[in-house]
Design a protein around this ligand. Structure first.
Ligand code: UDP
Ligand code: MG
Length: 191
């Protein structure tokens, strides 16, 4: 793994962590919409992209992004899978809050300001919930069964149908980082 560090610009309010596997089609629009959303907020931010062994042009698009200290690119040596990529991003994030979102435009970046408002109102974890999943019926059934089983086994209720799109305060991030799990299921630890 190699990371291209953005210079630290004092205290960062928010790190946006985005795992990417073959997202060349979505990445330019995603980055443009993120910047357009975050720039007017007047807070210090960084966007942490994790390239999870993409076989397309994702990495070269990342290398071409503006070098203005807003981007941090973590390049994994191969494809480790979505949860591992999110974990690597969380380990590198330096913000007071960390937003985790998908890079396929299923999570609209325009929701981040509302999530930050909820954090300022005192919430340590803010979830964005998908009103209607666009996935196939089979995938929905699989998710349903997975969360039913998970909640059967877990002492802590883990919200069903919540994806990764969420904001976590620094103390939540540090707690997750301090947990001994080697393969972190971030959605479970977050709960
Ligand atoms: N992703 C990743 N590594 C993988 C598979 C996916 O980093 O091996 C990324 C992908 O680029 C996207 C996010 O994880 O940004 C969610 O992936 P996907 O859309 O396939 O998951 P789903 O929406 O089906 O939960
Ligand atoms: Mg998706």
């Amino acid at each position: 793994m190699d990371a291209h560090w953005a210079p630290t610009a004092g205290k960062l309010t928010v790190s946006v962590v985005i795992p990417l596997y073959n997202e060349q089609e979505n990445l330019p629009e995603l980055d443009r919409r993120l910047r357009a959303t975050l720039e007017p907020l007047n807070v210090a931010y960084e966007i942490v992209y994790i390239n999870d062994g993409s076989r397309d042009q994702t990495l070269s698009i990342l290398q071409g992004l503006a070098q203005d200290g807003r981007h941090l690119v973590v390049n994994l040596s191969r494809n480790f899978g979505h949860q591992a990529a999110v974990s690597a991003g969380i380990d590198h994030a330096r913000g007071e809050t960390v937003v985790v979102m998908d890079g396929d435009l299923q999570d609209p970046p325009e929701l981040i300001p509302a999530m930050l408002e909820q954090w300022r109102a005192g919430n340590d974890v803010v979830y964005a919930v998908r009103r209607n999943r666009k996935e196939s019926a089979w995938k929905r059934i699989a998710y349903f069964a997975f969360y039913r089983l998970l909640n059967h086994l877990s002492h802590v209720p883990i919200p069903e149908d919540f994806g990764d799109f969420s904001l976590m305060a620094r103390r939540v991030i540090d707690t997750i980082k301090a947990s001994p799990e080697r393969n972190r299921f971030v959605r479970g630890l977050r709960a």
